[in-house]
Design a protein around this ligand. Structure first.
Ligand SMILES: O=C(O)CCC(=O)C(=O)O
Ligand SMILES: [Fe+2]
Length: 258
């Protein structure tokens, strides 16, 4: 008889039974990291949609460009209450809402947010050597931030404000976000800390001692030598905007991008 060889395909999507299983252990309350949140095929499809969006959808900043869906915020208000396009809805949102908080709490992470789900997506594109200054996301959103990373890994840095309110330039923690991963930050991490991305060509000094989510990475062996050269990384940031214009899609159409 022929010997049978069994080959296992790499896992496509691996969701935890609950968020507490993927809580980043050393961080204050609370951040969660899911390495295999979307598949390579889903990643490819989303990146194609991002790339093919009409030119007017892109806002070009000095080093980075971004898209907002369904629209920009005007005075902290979402001016267009149209639904998100299908490619931002599926598969991310149902998957996100399907994960219970813990073994004993069946609520999902948006159970207490005003709309019970994210209603806004910001897409940021970071070629190598680009980043985002340390900042807080402010009062426009419910304090739950869900970031899907596509295309390349990079480090998100968390900073404390000093006593006098000035930024401490040395990050207190670093989170490595692999492509296809989901990072959720909430609560104290949202309100009390700043987050930013250094504008560098490579992330260095990567190890179990320096990276808060090292134990949750898909492939820590990729970073064995402590060095990762960046390629373009695109992020999708899902949030619930607290205020939505009552005029909904009517006013929205004035501000709406194509
Ligand atoms: O791209 C990221 O991961 C962070 C983006 C961000 O912090 C923001 O747009 O407020
Ligand atoms: Fe931010």
């Amino acid at each position: 008889m022929e010997p049978t060889t069994t080959t296992f395909p790499p896992p496509l999507v691996r969701l935890p039974g609950s968020l507490e299983e993927c809580r980043i252990p050393t961080l204050p309350s609370a951040a969660y990291y899911i390495a295999d949140f979307i598949s390579e095929e889903e990643e490819k499809l989303i990146l194609e949609k991002v790339e093919r969006a009409p030119k007017a959808r892109w806002r070009q900043l000095t080093h980075r460009r971004l898209q907002t869906w369904p629209s920009d915020l005007v005075r902290n208000t979402l001016v267009d209450s149209s639904p998100l396009p299908e490619w931002l809805e599926q598969p991310v949102i149902p998957r996100l809402l399907s994960i219970p908080l813990s073994k004993t709490d069946a609520d999902n992470i948006f159970a207490c947010s005003p709309h019970g789900r994210p209603n806004h997506v910001l897409i940021n594109e970071y070629p190598p050597n680009t980043g985002i200054m340390p900042h807080k996301d402010g009062g426009a959103y419910h304090p739950v931030v869900c970031t899907v990373s596509l295309g390349s890994s990079l480090c998100l840095n968390l900073h404390k404000s000093k006593e006098d309110g000035a930024l401490d330039p040395e990050p207190v923690w670093r989170i490595l976000q692999e492509p296809r991963s989901l990072l959720i930050t909430t609560a104290e991490l949202y309100t009390d800390y700043l987050h930013g991305i250094e504008p560098v060509a490579a992330d260095v000094d990567l190890s179990g001692e320096t990276i808060a989510n090292w134990s949750l990475l898909r492939s820590p062996s990729t970073y064995r030598d402590g060095h990762h050269t960046r390629q373009t990384r695109t992020s999708l940031t899902y949030r619930d905007v607290l205020k939505v214009s009552k005029l909904g899609s009517k006013l929205g159409s004035v501000f709406k991008r194509p």
